[in-house]
Each structure stands twice: as structure tokens, then as C-alpha cells.
Design a protein around this ligand. Structure first.
Ligand code: PRT
Ligand code: ZN
Length: 297
């Protein structure tokens, strides 16, 4: 399948699974709107020349490499595995981490195995869906294994007697506990990221990719930011500024008929209740914390 229209770009995202909803949301937050096809696999960009292809996450690297898509949202775990399978030359470039789909690739052993150190795994059998990544990271620690690739249900391999340990994605750890496995070591931290191709991108498409990246930056900056408004005694301004997380220069306005001031600031870090309580203790009142919808630096 070749892309006929050089003036449109195609983004591959997961059709259904852990990354699909957030992938759609982040693109919609960039102002993209789509008309869905009947089979719901192709979404046509309505007022922007960016279309979506909804596929299995494992297929995304290949679709990018074959030029069927220009961008893809996929877990770093998958992109790294593909790169290692191809001697680090996958031809994919990571354009931006997206702040969701966090997980870790960890080695786990049966709870009662008595193994407490990764070095004790040397020569043992490991089951995983990520053989290249697992081998690469274990060999860095001088541990080499007989690695068997499973595409699912990795966690049952030790109880089936087909592996001594597993290397699998973990988020809450519930699956490991349910299968009487103990997390021994984190090999790799992963999150969803936007990938492109390292070569063969036309000037027109690159301009669209740059525009999308600039909007993505704005969306991510906005979602991490809060707009804080408060009143405070003028003499407390320095202290208040110190207490506002991620703020150096707030806007300060006099309050008519009062010796107090109004302070407005965009906080680039999470604003916790503890921050508000400390601001109140420093003399602030009427503290409001508002979400930021869009930001363009
Ligand atoms: O159908 P398709 O192939 O598209 O989907 P999939 O079933 O292969 O993938 P999916 O939707 O399960 O995961 C997509 C991506 O989400 C992964 O490639 C990771 O980048 C990311 N991700 C984040 C996870 C997890 N967290 C996760 N916990 N992927 C899988 N898991 C699995 C893990 O394999 C294990 O079975 O969840 C279980 C562990 O979870 P906890 O919470 O019990 O620790
Ligand atoms: Zn998959």
C-alpha cells in the first residue's frame, strides 16, 4: 500500500488496547477531527491533512518502515525491541514521549525460588515477549540465558515448568502476585511515544509533522500545568512566589481599595493540597486552581 497523497500524513495508532484511548485523545486535543470509515480502521482528517490508521500495536513499526504511515504512537518497549532485532538500525526515530502507557519490563522469578540476585539467573531459561530487549539488557549485566519467545501468557511459563524466570511488562504488579511471581529487577522503563521514520520524509510532510509536534508540545505542557490565582499581602509576594510550584515570575496586580495584591501564575508542576495549605499559611486567600486548556510558548 503506497500513500498517494504526498500532502497528507498518516498516523498509526493502536486500534483497541491500553494505548488506544489516550492516543486518540491526545490527537483530538491537538485540534484534529476525523471522519471514521465504516470498518473504523481508517479515520480521515476533516480539517487538517492528517489521517489515522487503527491497527495492532505490534504492527506499527513495520507500517512506519514500509512507508504506509508517516507517524506512529507505540510503546517504547515495542520500538526498542524492533530496533534491537535489527541491530539498532530500525529506521524509526522517537519524536516525543507522550506521558501515558507507563510500564516497566521486569524480570520475575517464582516467589519461592530463593533467587535474590540477577546474577543467579545466568544460564537459566527465561520466557518473554521481548527476547531482543531482554537479552540485550541481561547481557549488559553479564547474564546470558536460554530465552524463549511467547506472545502471551508469559506469566504462566514458570508454573508450567517451561521457564525458570520471566521478563514481562509490569504496571501494578497484580499479575505477578496472582501468579506467585516476585519482581527481581527492572530492566527497562517504558511509555508511549510518537515515532517517525529517520529517512524519506518529504518537505511537505515534514512541515505537517513539525506543526503536529508543536501542538503536541502545547497539549502536554497545558496538561501538566495549572493556572493559580490568589490574593496576598504585598509583603508576602516573595514567599508566595517561592511556594508556587514551577513559577518564577507571577503576574501581580493591585487590588483596588486594599493593601493586598492579586497574584496569577501558571504552575508547571503538580499543585498539591500541601502547596495550597502552605500558601494560605503565608497569608494567601481566595486561592483558585484552574486547568489550562491550551498553551503555545
Ligand atoms: O491487540 P494489540 O496487539 O494492539 O494489543 P496488546 O494486547 O499487544 O497490547 P496492550 O494493549 O496490552 O498493551 C499495549 C502497550 O501498553 C504495551 O506495549 C505497553 O507499552 C503498554 N503497557 C502499559 C502495558 C502494560 N502497561 C501492562 N501492564 N502492556 C501490557 N501490560 C500487561 C503485561 O504484559 C502483563 O500481562 O499487563 C500485565 C501486567 O499488568 P499489572 O498491572 O498486573 O502489573
Ligand atoms: Zn500487541
Amino acid at each position: 500500500m503506497k500513500i498517494e497523497n504526498e500532502k497528507r500524513i498518516r498516523v498509526a495508532i493502536q486500534k483497541s488496547g491500553r494505548l488506544s484511548e489516550r492516543s486518540q485523545d491526545i490527537l483530538k486535543n491537538c485540534g484534529l477531527r476525523f471522519a471514521r470509515s465504516k470498518d473504523k480502521l481508517f479515520w480521515y482528517g476533516r480539517d487538517f491533512p492528517i489521517d489515522l490508521l487503527l491497527v495492532r500495536d505490534d504492527d506499527i513499526p513495520q507500517l512506519l518502515l514500509e512507508g504506509v504511515c508517516d507517524l506512529g504512537i507505540v510503546g517504547e518497549n515495542i520500538a526498542r525491541e524492533v530496533a534491537l532485532e535489527n541491530d539498532n538500525e530500525s529506521g524509526l526515530v522517537q519524536l516525543r514521549k507522550l506521558g501515558f502507557g507507563h510500564c516497566r519490563l521486569s524480570v520475575a522469578v517464582p516467589e519461592d525460588s530463593g533467587i535474590t540476585d540477577i546474577s543467579a539467573l545466568d544460564g537459566l531459561r527465561i520466557a518473554t515477549s521481548y527476547p531482543a530487549l531482554t537479552r540485550n539488557l541481561l547481557e549488559k549485566q553479564d547474564v546470558s540465558n536460554e530465552i524463549s519467545k511467547l506472545s502471551g501468557a508469559v506469566e504462566i511459563a514458570p508454573s508450567m515448568g517451561t521457564a525458570d524466570a520471566i521478563s514481562d511488562l509490569v504496571s501494578t504488579g497484580t499479575t505477578l502476585r496472582a501468579n506467585h511471581l516476585r519482581e527481581l529487577e527492572i530492566l527497562f522503563q517504558s511509555e508511549a511515544a510518537l515515532y517517525g521514520r529517520s529517512q524519506g520524509v518529504s518537505v511537505e510532510k515534514q512541515a505537517l509533522i513539525d506543526l503536529l509536534l508543536s501542538r503536541l508540545n502545547g497539549v502536554m505542557l497545558a496538561s501538566a500545568s495549572k493556572y493559580v490565582m490568589l490574593h496576598a499581602p504585598r509583603e508576602a509576594l516573595e514567599k508566595i512566589t517561592e511556594l508556587l510550584p514551577g513559577v518564577e515570575h507571577p503576574s501581580v496586580m493591585p487590588l483596588e481599595g486594599s493593601d493586598r495584591i492579586a497574584v496569577h501564575a501558571v504552575c508547571g508542576e503538580t499543585v498539591f493540597w500541601e502547596h495550597l495549605e502552605a500558601l494560605k499559611a503565608a497569608g494567601a486567600s481566595a486561592i483558585l486552581v484552574l486547568p489550562v486548556e491550551k498553551m503555545l510558548a
